[in-house]
Write a protein that binds this ligand. Structure first.
Ligand SMILES: CC(C)(COP(=O)(O)OP(=O)(O)OC[C@H]1O[C@@H](n2cnc3c(N)ncnc32)[C@H](O)[C@@H]1OP(=O)(O)O)[C@@H](O)C(=O)NCCC(=O)NCCS
Length: 166
């Protein structure tokens, strides 16, 4: 059975295992395989202007094992927006509806955030082939904003997509 809940620093080894189960994502956006510490970084990393309590990490567990993670920034980059930083599903469990189910859980959280009516995320061009069809199915559309993205040897762009909460 799939269950959902908040994640914290104690879940870093499980998030690390998730990243390692689906290494293509890290390779496409960073130009290298997952490295020790990446799991903790997913849980802790945030933009410099984020205030404590604005970052929320959630996970989906299948019979107790973490099979998906998402992180969401509340009221960032503005009051009416929730920004999804990452949504990643275990490599052995893609295509089983888990990504959509975790996103449904994110929607249920965001509905409780006063003043937030928009969801937003960035799609890194080198990861777009798999990410665009998924986010498109979930109702996201390109905003037209495209900005440079540099991570290690990867020099590309990130396209901002959004959808209404309702
Ligand atoms: C993208 C990702 C999160 C999708 O998770 P998933 O559990 O495999 O997706 P789901 O099974 O819930 O699919 C939801 C819908 O998207 C569609 N979809 C998902 N990936 C797709 C793809 N690569 N091509 C076409 N459609 C796709 C599914 O067909 C499904 O459609 P439906 O609900 O109408 O049947 C997963 O592949 C992943 O972790 N990728 C690596 C990390 C990543 O790129 N994350 C996004 C960027 S932050």
């Amino acid at each position: 059975m799939l269950t959902f809940g908040a994640l914290d620093e104690a879940d870093a080894p499980a998030v690390q295992a998730l990243l390692e189960s689906n290494p293509g994502y890290t390779e496409r956006v960073s130009g290298r395989p997952p490295a020790p510490g990446d799991g903790l970084e997913v849980l802790l990393d945030s933009p410099p202007d984020l205030k404590p309590g604005q970052k929320h990490c959630v996970g989906a567990r299948l019979d107790g094992t973490l099979v998906a993670v998402a992180d969401v920034l509340q009221s960032w980059p503005n009051e009416q927006t929730a920004h999804i930083g990452l949504l990643l599903v275990h490599g052995d469990h893609e295509g089983q509806g888990i990504g959509r189910a975790l996103h449904d859980h994110v929607l249920s959280l965001v509905r409780d955030w006063e003043g937030v009516d928009t969801l937003r995320l960035g799609i890194v061009e080198t990861n777009a082939a798999g990410a665009e069809p998924f986010w498109s199915k979930l109702g996201y559309r390109p905003t037209g904003r495209v900005v440079p993205f540099i991570e290690g040897p990867v020099e590309t762009t990130v396209a901002v997509w959004s959808r209404p909460l309702a």
